[in-house]
Design a protein around this ligand. Structure first.
Ligand SMILES: [Zn+2]
Length: 406
């Protein structure tokens, strides 16, 4: 009996960390509305505003600063900087229609509806006090930590100003791969995303189903006002609750899971030759099967960035980047780290020629000019501790890094 119970328990655990897509967005929104009737009363007006093609005031590519709060109970959950960087890379591909799997995942019939969202993401280089940062915070939490309700409290890690940063908490959102708050909650202390450590990015602790970083792509869609393809109610056709506010995503009445065969009318409200757009990031298929946002979804995201989320663009907390620059910058690193005698800058795809080193209090302790990647910057007289490095290319700030002096 006990054995069976343990076996069942192990299955339950496995199902929460490697599974078909589950998302807590609708549930969290209902909880928020239950506590904030004023926000609930404005919801329909907000959705109508977001769906209106005439509302966007922003043009071109916009950059969203990101802070990642890692809340971990053990070493596995304390995801690496490389895993975090891999997630930012995915976002910068998916939100620019640069994902390498686009041509294989999106059928020709849906390609005309696919959109470059013209949104890029960068790790914050300044914290809310203006001090240099890598945009990553970490904290060990107890084994009984309640990720669903405590992530943004002092028991977890409080958000950085939610009007200026997209806050992402990485941990164990119980029972789902992740959840987000929508524009209804813009600026609230809990505003942002919670993503499972097992489905964040493409490397490290990710499992083998949710391993393409699409959980964060999906949840950021919600953060910018997108509903699931089937709308806010997954059992109806032809009602306002059934609509996602987009004319170019065929109406469906349920989620698609796993890896469906194209075309599918299994859950469409009206059967058509091309069927459902199940490969949309806002459906529930596996990471390796989704690969597009639609043009009408872009309208909603752009309206959100012009309206309830406009303050993100004025926060000036990270450098504006193009995607190719972002990839070059991702490759910039310090070595050795930790170190005792010196540091060098590895920058295989760009020329770094200046750096500033700050101590943990934010005071500048050294400025150095760099000619070659092999140049060794002497730090042997520094006291032991954490140091922040701002690196520059031709006087232009490039990136914040961190090293440990032993
Ligand atoms: Zn969702």
């Amino acid at each position: 009996m006990m054995k069976n119970f343990l076996f069942f328990g192990a299955l339950m655990l496995a199902s929460t960390i490697s599974a078909q897509r589950t998302c807590g967005f609708d549930k969290k929104r209902q909880e928020y509305f239950a506590k904030n009737p004023q926000a609930a009363a404005k919801h329909v007006d907000l959705q109508n505003y977001l769906s209106n093609k005439n509302n966007a005031t922003i043009q071109g590519v916009v950059t969203i600063p990101v802070v990642v709060h890692v809340l971990y109970r053990n070493a596995t959950e304390n995801v690496s900087d490389a895993q975090i960087a891999s997630q930012i890379t995915v976002l910068n591909q998916d939100y620019r229609k640069l994902n390498a799997d686009f041509n294989t995942v999106v059928p020709d019939a849906f390609k005309p509806y696919a959109s470059d969202m013209e949104v890029v993401f960068c790790m914050a280089t300044k914290d809310p006090n203006g001090n240099p940062t890598t945009g990553v915070e970490r904290k060990a939490v107890p084994s009984n930590f309640d990720y669903t309700n405590q992530y943004f409290t002092s028991a977890g890690l409080a958000a950085w100003d939610t009007t200026k940063y997209l806050n992402i908490w990485v941990g164990v959102p119980e029972g789902v791969l992740g959840f987000a708050t929508g524009p209804d909650s813009a600026g609230q202390p809990e505003d942002g995303l919670v993503i499972g450590y097992y489905c964040f990015g493409t490397t490290g602790a990710v499992n083998n189903i949710n391993n393409k970083g699409r959980t964060a792509t999906h949840e950021i869609g919600h953060y910018f006002g997108l509903n699931h393809i089937w709308g806010e109610d997954d059992s109806l056709c032809g009602t306002p609750e059934n609509s996602d506010g987009c004319n170019d995503t065929p109406a469906t009445n349920n989620a698609y899971y796993g890896a469906p065969l194209f075309p599918s009318n299994q859950h469409t409200c009206t059967n058509t030759a091309i069927g459902a757009m199940f490969m949309n990031y806002m459906d529930y298929v596996d990471d390796g099967v989704m690969g597009m946002f639609s043009n009408d979804q872009k309208t909603i995201v752009r309206n959100s960035i012009s309206g309830p989320r406009a303050s993100l663009l004025n926060s000036n907390t990270c450098t504006t980047l193009s995607v190719s620059e972002a990839e070059k910058i991702n490759a910039v690193n310090i070595f050795p780290n930790p170190t005792t005698q010196y540091i060098s800058i590895a920058a295989p795809q760009m020329k770094i020629n200046e750096m500033e080193i700050f101590n943990a209090e934010g005071r500048l302790v050294k400025r150095a000019f760099v000619k070659n990647e092999t140049d060794k910057i002497d730090i042997k007289d520094f006291s032991a501790g954490v140091y922040y490095v701002r690196v520059y290319k031709d006087k232009q700030f490039v990136k914040s890094l961190k090293f440990i002096k032993k």
